[in-house]
Design a protein. Sequence first.
Length: 193
Amino acid sequence: MRADRSGLPRVADVALAALGLIAGAPVVAVAAVAIKLTSRGPVLYRQARVGRDGEGFEVYKLRTMRMGADPVGVGTPVLEGDPRVTRVGRLLRRFSLDEIPNLVNVMRGEMAIVGPRPTLAAQVELYTPHQRRRLEVKPGITGWAQVNGRAGIPWEERIELDVWYVDSRSPQLDLRILARTLRLLASGHGLYG
């Protein structure tokens, strides 16, 4: 079942993703070199996630953790000072630069610029029917839960904020979320629980 309300149109998502990839290319290039020079393993991290209507896809991120440090089961939260996170990874996470490759997912139509963050299948299996409503829209790079606490609020509250977004989404709300996202990226507020 899909929500009747809509956020930014697909053409806006593609345009913003293209601009972001062009602007972010130098950052990704420098980050790729730093990742390779300071830790073993690939530059890109890929993980199976659940998208709109429960469809699976592979999300792309810059790798910020040591090899073999992937969360198990429903995921182990990343806390401030987490030893799994590399030195370069801490910097990338602080400014959410590790998410730049998510723009490829937007270009491919698997994600939107704004929407609930994509989640793990193990987490979706635990959803109530009400919580599954967050899957009625494409997952996003940023969203209502991110600008209202990010990882600094409990998981259940984040899901409720996402369901509220599904019911309330509009281009105006998406633009408001984007503006708040830029302010949060500068402050780093709510990055860790």
